[in-house]
Design a binder for this molecule. Sequence first.
Ligand SMILES: [Zn+2]
Length: 315
Amino acid sequence: MDHIIAVDIGGTNIRAALFPRDSDTHSAINKIPTVSPQDPAISAVDRVIECISSIWPKDGNVLGICAAAPGSIAVKEGLVLLAPNIEGWENIPLGQILSEKFGVKTLINNDARLAAYGEWKKGAGIGYENLLYFTVSTGLGGGIIANGDVIQGDIGIATEVGHIVLHDKGNRCGCGLDGHWEAFSSGTGIENYVRNRLVGMSAADSPFDSETPTTPQIAAAASDGFPIAIEAFERAGYYLGIGVSNYLHIFNPSCVIFGGGVSQVGELIFTPFQESLKKHVLNLRYIENLAIKMAELGDNAGLVGSAEYIRDRLD
Ligand SMILES: [Zn+2]
């Protein structure tokens, strides 16, 4: 039987899934920590190879591999330019290493873009030819489908969606630059805002046990009416609306999909988001028929997207 293999590489875990070529349902899956608990000196590349090998079919009939990796990927070269969450991953020719090791066609792409691809093909985005997908969690990533194709750019580093500049003197982003969208609307942005506002506040006035509350703790405090927590989500939602309106002006999509943990907080962020969106679009026609949906594939978006991406690119 012909198979394809999808791999999702994260800073914490590597997952690999074996799919029959013509089926959405994986026949084997394995998850291993990215850093080996037994021997931390083993490279993450070797861990990826180990994870793929562990699900390799007995008949050996694999047509292709697609790996989703975090960070900047030069897609055409299969080169991981930089993956900050994985130690030592700078200029790693992962595509070449895996194709030489396993002797099959191998594609490497950005994890958020492949999650967008998965939602488009098998999730909330089925049937839409123009869609935006944003995953709002610790960071803010995503992918864009325009005119029925995924936007990748010249070498493959397009759609770093969270790193558009909203304020040139704004907060520091996780990437080290200032004022990026991610610094306002991600979980990290929400946490930084609350942490700064708590400075100087007496412990008795704060609902938090810690000076550095997490996004779920801030969401709980907002639901209980703590003003600073409510403001944190209002601010994140306001900037979420600004960022999305920028993308609406460029791509005029018919669907926007939100995934990631922060998007699970619901109205706290989406009510200010909707207000901000209305305020910032050039023309209400941008949003009149716009479907705003929650992602459907959850943690499997990267694996499903990788499988669909290679499936669509087999000879
Ligand atoms: Zn940035």
